[in-house]
Design a protein around this ligand. Structure first.
Ligand code: GDP
Ligand code: IMO
Ligand code: MG
Length: 428
C-alpha cells in the first residue's frame, strides 16, 4: 500500500507521533494536513525524546520529505523554533516543504484565542491558546493571510495593515485591549519569511506527483475524532478535521488515492480541556492512570483527564474514518492494574443507545456500560510479538477489536521505536 492515514480515535494524545515515526521507517513522505501547533507529538528514539508540534513526525529519517500541507494553521514562529531545536540536535532539515496555501498564525490570533476563551467564562473550551481557532476563523471569513502572502513582502505589508486595523478595533471593542504594533509584527514576520522562503512550494502538485510515482506517503493526523469540528463533542472541539477525510481537503490528495487508514487507540482514555468524557474516572483509578502514564500535556503541561477505554468512541471513529487497523498504544501503562474496564455501550434513561448522541446534554448524562477484565500484572514492555503478550492482555485486545469492529494492526508497549509489535504486515 502506498498512502496511509494515521488518525486519532479519541481526544488526542493517543501516541500518533510514536506510530507515525515507526511507520515512517518505510515512508518516503510524511504530511501534516490539519491543526497546527496545538498538536504535541512525542517521538522517542533510543530514549531520546523529540516533541514535535508543526513538524511532521518523519523528520528524524534523513531523506524523507516532511510536508506541512495547505490545511495546517501555520505558525512560522513555532516552526522556526522547532527547526532550530532539531538542527541543534543534528537533524537534517532539507526535506521540509511548506504549502504556499497554508494559513498563517499571527500574534493577534494567539492573543484572541487566549482572551476569547477566558471571556467565555464557565463555557470556555480550554483551548491550547495557540491561535488555531482564530486563524481558521479568518480563513473562513476570507480575510486570512496565507504563506504565499507571507513570502511576498509587498503583499504581506498590505494584508497585515488591513487585518491589523480590523483586529485592533476588535481588541478594543470586545476586550478593551491596547492595540498591537504594526511595525513590530511586520519586522518580526519579514524575518520569518526570509528564513522560510526556501521551504515553501506548491505541496498539492508535489504530493500528487509523489502519489503518481507510487511513493509511500504517510498522512499524520493531529488531534482526534472526538475533537473534530463536526464529528467531535461540539463545541468542545478544535477548529479542523482530524478525521481521515481531512486529508482530501487539507493536503489536496483525493479520497480515492487513500489506501489505508490506521486509527490510534490509547489503551485507556484521556482528555485535555473541557467537555464531556463519559468514562472519566474522577477517583483513585483516574489518579493511578495519570501517574502511571505521566498524563500531562505536551503543549500546555495541564494534567490530562483520565478514564477507561471507551470502545463506543473508537467504533464511531472507525466508521467516520474508515479505519482498517487499530494501533493500540500505551498498553504497558495498564500493567499494574488489578482489573481493567472497557465501555462497550451507553445507557440513557435506562435505554441502551446505539449511536454517540449529538446532544452534549445527553452525552453528559449517559451511563457507560462496562465489561471488566482481569489485569495481567506483569511488565509487557519487552514483548516483541503478539504471542509473547500475556493471555489476559490478548483477551482485552481481542474484545476491543470485537466491540469496535476494527482489526488489530499494531500494539505499542513502550514509547521507543523498538517497543512496537506489528500484527498486520500489510499496512504499507
Ligand atoms: P500524540 O499527540 O498522539 O502524538 O501523543 P503524545 O505524544 O501527546 O502523547 C503520547 C505519549 O505516550 C508520549 O509521551 C509518547 O512518547 C508515549 N507513548 C507512545 N506510545 C507509548 C506506549 O506504547 N507506551 C508508553 N509507555 N508510552 C507511549
Ligand atoms: P495532539 O495532536 C489533545 C484540545 C484542547 C481543547 C480543544 C480546542 O497532540 O493529539 P484548540 O487549541 O485546538 O482550539 O483547543 O482541543 N486539543 C488537544 N487535546 N491533544 C491535542 O493534539 C490537542 N489539540 C487540541 O485541549 O480542549
Ligand atoms: Mg499530543
Amino acid at each position: 500500500m502506498a498512502t496511509v492515514v494515521v488518525t486519532g480515535t479519541q481526544w488526542g494524545d493517543e501516541g500518533k507521533g510514536k506510530i507515525v515515526d515507526y511507520l515512517a521507517q518505510q515512508a518516503d513522505v510524511v504530511v501534516r494536513f490539519q491543526g497546527g501547533s496545538n498538536a504535541g507529538h512525542t517521538v522517542t528514539v533510543d530514549g531520546e525524546e523529540y516533541k514535535l508540534r508543526l513538524m511532521p513526525s518523519g523528520i528524524l529519517y534523513k531523506g524523507s520529505l516532511c510536508v506541512v500541507g495547505n490545511g495546517v494553521a501555520f505558525d512560522p514562529m513555532i516552526m522556526l523554533e522547532e527547526m532550530d531545536g532539531l538542527a541543534a540536535r543534528g537533524i537534517d532539515l532539507s526535506g521540509i516543504r511548506i504549502s504556499n496555501r497554508a494559513h498563517v498564525v499571527l500574534p493577534y490570533h494567539r492573543l484572541m484565542d487566549g482572551i476569547g476563551d477566558e471571556a467565555r467564562g464557565k463555557g470556555k473550551i480550554g483551548t491550547t491558546k495557540r491561535g488555531i481557532g482564530p486563524c481558521y476563523m479568518d480563513r473562513d471569513n476570507r480575510i486570512g493571510i496565507r504563506v504565499c502572502d507571507l513570502i511576498d513582502k509587498e503583499e504581506f505589508a498590505k494584508r497585515l495593515k488591513e487585518n491589523l486595523a480590523l483586529k485592533n478595533k476588535e481588541l478594543k471593542a470586545l476586550y478593551d485591549h491596547e492595540p498591537l504594533d504594526y511595525d513590530e509584527i511586520l519586522k518580526e514576520y519579514e524575518g520569518y519569511a526570509d528564513r522560510l522562503r526556501p521551504y515553501v512550494c506548491d505541496t498539492i502538485a508535489l504530493l500528487n506527483e509523489e502519489v503518481a510515482a507510487g511513493k509511500k506517503i504517510l498522512f499524520e493526523g493531529a488531534q482526534a475524532t472526538m475533537l473534530d469540528i463536526d464529528y467531535g463533542t461540539y463545541p468542545y472541539v478544535t477548529a479542523s478535521h482530524p478525521i481521515s477525510g481531512g486529508v482530501a481537503v487539507g493536503a489536496g490528495v483525493a479520497p480515492k488515492k487513500i489506501d489505508k487508514v490506521v486509527g490510534i487507540v490509547k489503551a485507556y482514555c484521556t482528555r485535555v480541556g473541557e467537555g464531556p468524557f463519559p468514562t472519566e474516572q474522577l477517583n483513585a483509578i483516574g489518579d493511578k492512570i495519570r501517574e502511571e502514564g505521566h498524563e500531562y500535556g505536551v503543549v500546555t503541561k495541564r494534567p490530562r483527564r483520565t478514564g477507561w477505554l471507551d470502545a463506543c468512541v473508537v467504533r464511531y471513529a472507525g466508521l467516520i474514518s474508515g479505519i482498517d487497523y487499530m494501533a493500540v498504544t500505551r498498553l504497558d501503562i495498564l500493567d499494574s492494574f488489578d482489573e481493567i474496564k472497557m465501555c462497550v455501550g451507553y445507557k440513557y434513561k435506562g435505554e441502551l443507545l446505539k449511536e454517540i448522541p449529538a446532544s452534549l446534554k445527553v452525552l453528559a448524562q449517559v451511563e457507560p456500560v462496562y465489561e471488566t477484565f482481569p489485569g495481567w500484572k506483569t511488565s509487557i514492555t519487552k514483548c516483541r510479538s503478539y504471542e509473547e503478550l500475556p493471555e489476559k492482555a490478548k483477551a482485552y485486545l481481542t474484545r476491543m477489536a470485537e466491540v469496535t469492529g476494527i482489526a488489530l494492526g499494531i500494539v505499542s508497549v513502550g514509547p521507543n521505536r523498538d517497543e512496537t509489535i506489528v500484527v498486520a504486515k500489510d499496512i504499507f
